[in-house]
Design a protein around this ligand. Structure first.
Ligand SMILES: [Zn+2]
Length: 372
């Protein structure tokens, strides 16, 4: 989950969160609905009813977006791809799917599942409209939800990666070319094209007087372009890292500290004095765990003299690790899957170093310089 979100609970075992930006959108949308949309559609409601109906509509939109993301998630889980969380934020929702899809077919079905759910919702809300016709506010909400879910389908079907339509497009190119990297590059560049198009249209709207709407369109374009650029970069990095092993990037300047050392000694002798980037905890010849600054900070300073490293460390059994001969790219994916920033590196079942995201970035920088 992102750092700035409010947890709502779990659905199908997936943690659901609200990013703070969502509250802004909730407020804006409720205000827009209560102050202009509903008063234009329906006259003579008491003011409180406009606000209540606006707020209910916003919450229902949130539920619609959540169901859309759950659509993606259910199919991902079917393909045994873990879904780490769903976060709803300013532009809708993001299901944090923990790995790249294993095949073009999986990608296609995962991508298409969200818009299919939204389309089903649009059809459903459209179909129940006649039943709701006698109660004006209910009818208003249902009508708006039919419209907004259809809008969600159309927006998401724009074939620019990383929108759903772009994923479908990537899956098709992937199936045809049998090359996921090439497919991602093509789909992401189409995504950038749509990003620019939105910015262009948005700016044109602003210049012709539609300030609010134009700015919003340009903002979406900017967001699309950013997301697509990040994908192009990721593919480039993958290309640069190809063939490079974890052993080349890891830091082997790990200090081995005996498990009976106190935290105070550890901080004084190894962290402040030694500027070590990783600390392995040993018992005899064997590495038994990993120590992180985060773990040390969790212990009150007054207890540092009485607490041993062995009590606070993360035991080796609880740690995912990566083989020194594995590809760096595979290690990055492993980190993404587990939501961690570093992995112990092993050779013949012995920990010989640590690989962190910073290590990978510094290798990337060097590889880029060598290429230039
Ligand atoms: Zn989607």
């Amino acid at each position: 989950m992102t750092r700035q979100d409010v947890r709502l609970g779990r659905v199908l075992g997936i943690p659901i969160g609200l990013d703070y930006s969502w509250f802004l959108i909730f407020g804006l949308l409720t205000w827009m609905l209560a102050s202009s949309y509903y008063p234009d559609e329906f006259r003579d409601w008491p003011p409180a009813l406009y606000w209540l109906t606006g707020a209910v509509t916003s919450v229902m939109l949130f539920v619609s977006v959540l169901l859309h993301e759950l659509g993606h998630s259910v199919v991902a889980l079917r393909y045994k791809i873990p879904v780490r969380s769903i976060t709803l934020f300013i532009f809708g929702g993001v299901a944090q799917i923990g790995a790249e899809p294993p095949s073009a077919v999986a990608e296609f079905f995962i991508a298409v599942a969200g818009p299919v759910v939204s389309l089903a919702l649009a059809v459903f809300f459209h179909a129940v409209q006649p039943m709701a016709a006698s109660i004006e506010p209910v009818w208003g909400v249902v009508k708006y939800l039919a419209y907004i879910n259809l809008a969600l389908v159309l927006f998401n079907l724009i074939p620019g990666y990383p929108l759903d339509g772009g994923r479908v497009f990537r899956a098709i190119v992937w199936a045809v070319t049998k090359n996921m990297r090439r497919a991602t590059l093509i789909a992401a560049n189409v995504g950038r094209f749509f990003g620019f198009l939105f910015i262009f249209v948005g700016v044109a709207q602003v210049l012709t007087g539609n300030f609010g709407g134009g700015l919003w369109i340009a903002f979406i374009g900017w967001f699309l372009d950013n997301a697509a650029t990040a994908q192009v970069q990721s593919v480039m990095f993958q290309g640069l890292l190809r063939g490079h092993k974890v052993a080349q990037a890891m830091s082997d300047r790990c200090a081995a500290v005996p498990g009976n050392l106190t935290l105070q000694q550890l901080v004084d002798e190894h962290i402040l004095g030694g500027s070590r980037r990783c600390l392995l905890v040993t018992r005899g010849e064997d590495t038994v765990g990993l120590m992180t600054l985060h773990r040390i900070k969790e212990v009150p300073r007054s207890e540092w003299v009485t607490t041993s490293a062995g009590e606070v460390m993360i035991p080796l059994e609880q740690l995912k690790h990566i083989d020194a001969e594995a590809e760096i790219w595979a290690a990055l994916q492993e980190m993404d899957r587990d939501g961690v920033n570093q992995l112990p590196v092993t050779r013949d079942d012995r920990v010989i170093g640590m690989l962190s995201r910073e290590d990978v970035i510094s290798v990337l920088r060097t590889l880029r310089e060598l290429e230039a």
